[in-house]
Every structure is written in structure tokens, then in C-alpha cells.
Design a protein around this ligand. Sequence first.
Ligand SMILES: [Zn+2]
Length: 249
Amino acid sequence: MEYILVALLGLIVGSFLNVVIYRTYKGVGFVKGRSYCPFCKHSIEAHDNIPIVSFFLLRGKCRWCRKSISWQYPLVEAGMAVAFILLLWQFGPTAEFFVYAIYAMFLMVIFVQDLRYQVILDQVSLPGIPLAILLSLLVLHIPIVDLLIGMLIGGGFFAFQYFVSRGKWIGGGDMRLGALMGAMLGWKLVLLALFLSYMSGSLFSIGLVLSQKKRWGSRIPLGTFLTVATFVCFLAGEQLIWWYQAEFL
Ligand SMILES: [Zn+2]
């Protein structure tokens, strides 16, 4: 029963995040105003705005102009439902669940924007940093020193590459995302998250090069891997560290 409730909550949150993803990217406010079609600007009625269901009822097309609606919409909705289910499974109905659910919302917005538009927006990452410091400190009980060192590691790791390459390897947005990850995870898990994202990112790049979809050196959206790795660390970070220490140390 709880799982059905969080799945529904995830769908609704995902639907809201789709609006946030679009409107922060376009630079329009998302607090006021109804949802509208990005092509014909026709406002979307409530009965056409039901997560996932509407997309399939409308066969992926706007009711008014018949232009295709992006698969992003149902995928983000389903993705948030799955994320919330996994978090509930790991943390139960606790305060931790809600904190990680909020973190997952920030990560989803950054994930989609980096994947689709190749940007990590400051309007998304910067408000997340003080919020994450507060929640990690007060609810997750991560010591402030752990958080500060985590932010220094996460932000510094990218700041170093940014200045060495004069902004060629990575963008400034990665720095802010690194600091945000540190504030969400603390220093141990941010190291693990960086490691996991570089491992998965490298494997993915090698796969692309081998399948000749990309040349060496063409940019892959790093934020996409960083956000997924951060979420994996919420769920399994501690267990991965224990396992590593038991196995290799
Ligand atoms: Zn339309």
C-alpha cells in the first residue's frame, strides 16, 4: 500500500519536474501559470495532464497541434516513481526517505538538462547547495566537517580540471554539481560517487567509440553519470564501502 502511494507521488512529482526542467531551461518562471504545449502554446487541460496515462491516451501528440510530445515526459514521471519506490524500500517511511526524495528531484532535473541540453544550470544547482547542507546536517546527521570536506572534494575535483584545461574538459556547472554532491553525500560517499561515475562514463564512451557512434574526445554529458552515481550512493553507498573494505583492506 505504501509502495502504491509513493509510486503515485513519484508520478506527480515527475510531472512537476518536467515543467521545472523546461521552464528553468527557457528562463521562464514556473510558479504561476498553467502547463502549455511548447509548440502551439495551447494550455493543457487537467484531463490531458495525467502522468503517463495522458501521454498514451494522446498517443504522444498534442491534442491541438498534433506535434509529438517528447518521451522525456512519461520517462521522467516513471523514473521518479521508480526512484521513490527504491528509496522507500531502502529507508522505509522515515525522515531520511523524504530528504533523499528531495535530493532525487534535484538530481533528476540536472540529469535531464545535461542529457538533453548539455547544461547544468546554476538556478538548479546553487539553491540546492544550502538546502542540502541543512538537510544533511539536521536530518541525515552527517557531521558538518564531513559535508565541508565533501563539498571541497566534489567542487575542487572539477575546479582543478576546469582551471588546468581552461574550461575545455568540463564546464563550470560541473563544479557546482560537485559541491552539491558533497553536500548531499559527505566526503566518503562523494569519493565513491566520483569513482562510479568515471568508471561508468568511461565504459560508456568506449562502447560508443567501439560502435563508432562517437569520436574520441567528443563530449559526453558528465552530469548524467554524476547524478546517477549520486543516487546509487544514496541507496547502496555504505554497503559498497563496507564490501570494499572487507574485500580489499
Ligand atoms: Zn500543441
